[in-house]
Write a protein that binds this ligand. Structure first.
Ligand code: CA
Length: 227
């Protein structure tokens, strides 16, 4: 059963959302105070957090910013209708989704389902398995130590297997549109991934398509020798 933390100081809203979620079969915890919510989010393993922005003691954006320093718990931000800035900032610093108040509960439930499902996904390509939920990548059962960005880039490649990904697109998706820097960072991280996956296991999953970008694909006819 998924456990959802609802961070909301308007008790009318939190009570309503909590009841609806319980009705759908989720466990819920409601916290109205920002600082308390951050402590709880850091301490417990919630499957998802619904996060209001305007909160006592610590606002939602700040909670998210601090949470993301160590945790990837999916977060859906709730903003008031006129807080466009919060929406942009929120997605920027790692919210998975946002909803504007007032919202239809059915829509929130749908977004929650999408967020939870996304987190449960496990990708396999050849003997490489990437478990997005637990943030673990393995090759033939051997764990591969990846940094957050390496992992995200790998996930992006795997989600688009057999499709050539341009450096610009990878930069956009993995680093975000506001990333200050150039596409060389993508090349650098591809190199890291190759040394940790291709070189380490003597395979060739990540290919360079000169002038275009990169693609991950598994060739069924034997394994390519490492260069
Ligand atoms: Ca509020």
């Amino acid at each position: 059963m998924s456990h959802i933390l609802i961070v909301e100081d308007e008790s009318k809203i939190s009570r309503f959302v909590s009841l609806e979620l319980q009705h759908e079969g989720y466990d819920t915890t409601v916290i109205a105070d920002g600082r308390e919510a951050l402590d709880a989010a850091l301490e417990h393993e919630y499957d998802l957090i619904i996060l209001d922005v305007m909160l006592p003691s610590l606002n939602g954006i700040e909670i998210l910013r601090r949470l993301r320093q160590s945790k990837d718990t999916p977060v859906i931000i709730l903003t008031a209708r006129d807080q466009v800035v919060d929406k942009v900032t929120g997605l920027d610093i790692g919210a998975d989704d946002y909803m504007t108040k007032p919202f239809a509960i059915e829509e929130l439930l749908a977004r929650i389902r999408v967020s939870l499902k996304k987190m449960k996904m496990v990708h396999t390509i050849g003997k490489l398995t990437v478990d997005i939920d637990s943030h673990i990548a393995t090759y033939d059962g051997d764990p591969i130590e990846l940094t957050k960005k390496e992992f995200e880039l790998l996930v992006y490649l795997i989600e688009n297997r057999n499709v050539v990904i341009s450096r610009e697109k990878a930069l956009d998706v993995v680093w975000g549109y506001d990333f200050v820097g150039n596409t060389n960072v993508v090349d650098v991280y591809i190199r890291y991934l190759r040394s940790k996956i291709d070189d380490a296991f003597g395979i060739k999953l990540i290919e360079t398509v000169r002038g275009f970008g990169y693609v991950i694909r598994h060739k069924k006819t034997g394994q390519a020798r490492p260069l």
